[in-house]
Design a binder for this molecule. Structure first.
Ligand SMILES: Nc1nc2c(ncn2[C@@H]2O[C@H](COP(=O)(O)OP(=O)(O)OP(=O)(O)O)[C@@H](O)[C@H]2O)c(=O)[nH]1
Ligand SMILES: [Mg+2]
Length: 250
């Protein structure tokens, strides 16, 4: 068989699972660390429930993703997950789902592993969203997840520090509402409202214009130039303000 014919035949199999994000759909992607429970608790023994070194590794990974060649306008991280929002006109890899997922997962795994000094991996799922409202909903949803996780994690570790086992602490919190968990922390001297904002709301990463001082050698003058830089926001707004912030990116 001629190679060209053989090539055509084999391509049919290779391309049988190709899917594309439809035109006009907004693109978000969520990456999640694989087996990070084991990584954070057994392999690295990061501080629980929140460790600043782990947080910084996640923020650096988001920045690496935003500079990996896609047009990504907003990045968000909480716990071991990262959400990305693509520019509506991004057309990298012709919006091919497999290419986007595998490339982002690879970039995140490489950046995080280099920062940590040992191998760690992420999965990635691309999420098509039909309109700006749903884009805002998506990010509000992840932020609410962050809030729930954070309250639960603070309660869980408060109980563990008192000597309760993994099973006892999990059992004590099962089915309990937000008011109960806030009160539980309060009884142990922790006011949930006073905890760092980033632990409750997650961290947003976006570009902003910064004034940078420079020197003009011709006029021998100090000049101010605008520079675009990636900024990590540890004080994200919530509710309607957060929704407006997200809509401002697209
Ligand atoms: N110690 C510590 N653990 C953290 C921190 N941030 C996230 N984690 C842990 O990371 C894990 C993330 O949860 P999951 O993604 O549901 O669990 P996983 O083990 O990664 O499982 P898969 O994602 O299904 O592979 C949880 O166990 C969190 O407690 C941190 O700052 N400190
Ligand atoms: Mg995970």
């Amino acid at each position: 068989m001629k190679f060209d014919d053989f090539d055509k035949q084999m391509r049919i199999y290779e391309e049988s699972l190709d899917q594309y994000i439809l035109p006009d759909m907004y693109i978000a992607a969520r990456l999640d660390g694989r087996s990070f429970t084991r990584l954070t608790k057994e392999v690295c023994q990061f501080e629980a429930p929140f460790d600043e070194r782990f947080r910084n590794l996640m923020v650096d990974t988001v920045k690496a993703l935003m500079e990996s060649g896609f047009r990504i306008v907003y990045g968000y991280t909480e716990s071991d997950e990262i959400s990305l929002l693509f520019h509506p006109e991004d057309n990298t890899f012709g919006r091919k789902v497999r290419k986007i997922n595998t490339t982002l997962a690879g970039e995140a795994s490489a950046a995080f592993s280099l920062g940590l000094g040992m191998a760690a991996t992420f999965d990635c799922r691309v999420i098509p969203l039909p309109n700006p409202e749903r884009v805002a909903d998506y990010f509000v949803w992840r932020q609410e997840d962050s809030h729930r996780n954070s309250l639960n994690a603070h309660c869980y570790w408060a109980l563990r520090r008192e000597g309760k086992t993994q099973n006892q602490a999990t059992f004590d919190l099962a089915g309990k509402d937000v008011a109960y968990k806030n009160e539980l922390l309060f009884q142990k001297g922790i006011n949930y409202n006073d905890l760092p904002t980033w632990q409750k709301r997650g961290i947003g990463i976006y570009y902003r214009d910064m004034d940078k001082e420079g020197f003009n050698p011709i006029t021998s003058e100090t000049v101010i130039a605008k520079r675009r830089e990636l900024y990590a926001d540890y004080e994200l707004p919530i509710g309607e303000d957060y929704r407006k912030m997200i809509l401002g990116f697209i």
